[in-house]
Design a protein around this ligand. Structure first.
Ligand SMILES: Cc1cc2nc3c(=O)[nH]c(=O)nc-3n(C[C@H](O)[C@H](O)[C@H](O)COP(=O)(O)OP(=O)(O)OC[C@H]3O[C@@H](n4cnc5c(N)ncnc54)[C@H](O)[C@@H]3O)c2cc1C
Length: 384
């Protein structure tokens, strides 16, 4: 679609129509429905970025208190989504299990449980006996214990994305597909607009929600942010025969291995061990990793030896060095906001990001969370 730039001067431009960009638009309009918002998306269709590749897990169990706070800020959004939007997202609170293989991790889980319970998160410790009694398919010799949180849930990322897209369109947001932002227009220390592959669009407020491409978009404004893209490989397999339906998400903290059972109870998504890959946008499946991967899977769930490997896909995750996102106005550049680097948790933390950025843009501050924790200042360098 062609935009007439002379007539088209939205209050806010958002770069990227992933879950973060759409959540920000949605939450801004919840507060001020009169604002005009334009979202620019380089791909031709919705859901081609990270969001469409996500596993859909929503977790409250995190060792990092910051991650727990972000999850809590989004809880109502997910719990009430189906009734509020009258659309299915296959939301299911099936819980998740974090598993410890050594004393160090077990002690960490004990401390995390204490903190989480104090924050009203119903996280529960399970010693080895309880773990194996309740989840007999786990390797009883490997795990010292684990934790369970019944709030931890699943929702279909594409279903949430599609409904948010419909919701913001209903509220008058223009979403232009096939429009790559190629330049941020600056005047002194202020953002003034963008150039896309087709047009120039003027606006004093620009939000960088470009997912794995966040560093590239920030660089157009002379801002350096350490958000790097990492390939993540997901193995789609038949359900291990002794794992019951509606089983919690399993995470082996030592190896990173996870098993997410799909809603049908017949297939599982396995992954999580490829933490040491190099940054890059290469999405090709690397089958040479499979042998080591399945050996790790079998260490946690011995019956995984019999699963049928159906297919493999990859997605790109955007990551910061401390695994916490960067949220806020870029230092030294008025009107350029960053909502980037969600480090594998951008789906579950999208409602929080939307609320926080809406607050920062509309009120100049937020009481929702200590924003200093996410301040771009902790990494950014202004180049010019
Ligand atoms: C395999 C995998 C599993 C995951 N599992 C989970 C999970 O279980 N739970 C969870 O919470 N998170 C999960 N994640 C992470 C989550 O998917 C991401 O953190 C989240 O989708 C990021 O959303 P986003 O909107 O920032 O990025 P994206 O969805 O990638 O959206 C950014 C958009 O910006 C567009 N864009 C980029 N540059 C430009 C430009 N210059 N001009 C215009 N448009 C541009 C892109 O095309 C893209 O559509 C997973 C990720 C992967 C890869």
């Amino acid at each position: 679609m062609n935009i007439n730039s002379k007539q088209h001067q939205p209050d806010i431009i958002i770069i990227g129509a992933g879950i973060i960009g759409l959540s920000i638009a949605y939450h801004i309009l919840e507060v001020d429905p009169k604002l005009s918002i334009t979202i620019l998306e380089k791909e031709k269709v919705l859901g081609v970025g990270s969001t469409g590749k996500g596993t859909g897990s929503i977790r409250y169990q995190f060792i990092s208190p910051i991650h727990r706070q972000l999850s809590l800020l989004g809880r109502d959004f997910f719990v009430n989504f189906e009734s509020a939007f009258n659309t299915p997202i296959w939301y299911l609170e099936k819980g998740s299990l974090l598993l410890a293989v050594n004393e160090g991790l077990w002690n960490q889980l004990q401390l995390t449980t204490e903190q989480a319970v104090a924050e009203s998160i119903p996280m529960k410790l399970l010693d080895r006996e309880e773990l194996i009694r309740n989840y007999p398919y786990l390797d009883g010799d490997r795990f010292l214990g684990g934790t369970l949180c019944p709030w931890d849930a699943y929702a279909d990322p594409y279903a949430v994305l599609a409904e948010l897209y419909a919701a913001v369109r209903r509220r008058g947001v223009n979403v232009y597909f096939g429009q790559e932002v190629t330049k941020i227009i600056l005047e002194g220390d202020k953002a003034q607009g963008v150039e896309t592959s087709q047009e120039t669009i003027w606006s004093p407020l620009i939000v960088n929600a470009a997912g794995p491409y966040a560093a590239q978009s920030a660089a157009m404004a002379g801002i350096t942010i350490p958000v790097q893209p990492f390939r993540r490989q997901v193995y789609v397999c038949t359900n291990p025969k002794d794992v019951p339906k509606a089983n919690p998400l399993i995470i082996d903290l030592a190896s990173g291995f996870y098993m997410h059972q799909e809603a049908n109870g017949k297939t599982v998504l396995l992954g999580g061990t490829d933490k040491d890959t190099w940054p890059g946008f290469e999405e090709l499946v690397d089958k040479s990793l499979a042998e080591d991967f399945f050996l790790t899977a079998i260490e946690a769930i011995p019956s995984a030896i019999d699963v049928k490997w159906l297919r493999t896909y990859t997605g790109i995750c955007e990551q910061t060095p401390d695994f916490h996102p960067i949220i806020g106005e870029a230092p030294g550049l008025k009107g350029f906001f960053l909502a980037n680097g969600f480090s594998g948790h951008g789906f579950m933390h999208a409602p929080a990001a939307g609320r926080i950025v809406a607050d920062l843009i509309l009120n100049g501050k937020t009481e929702l969370i200590d924003i200093n924790l996410f301040h771009p200042d902790r990494f950014t360098v202004r180049n010019n």
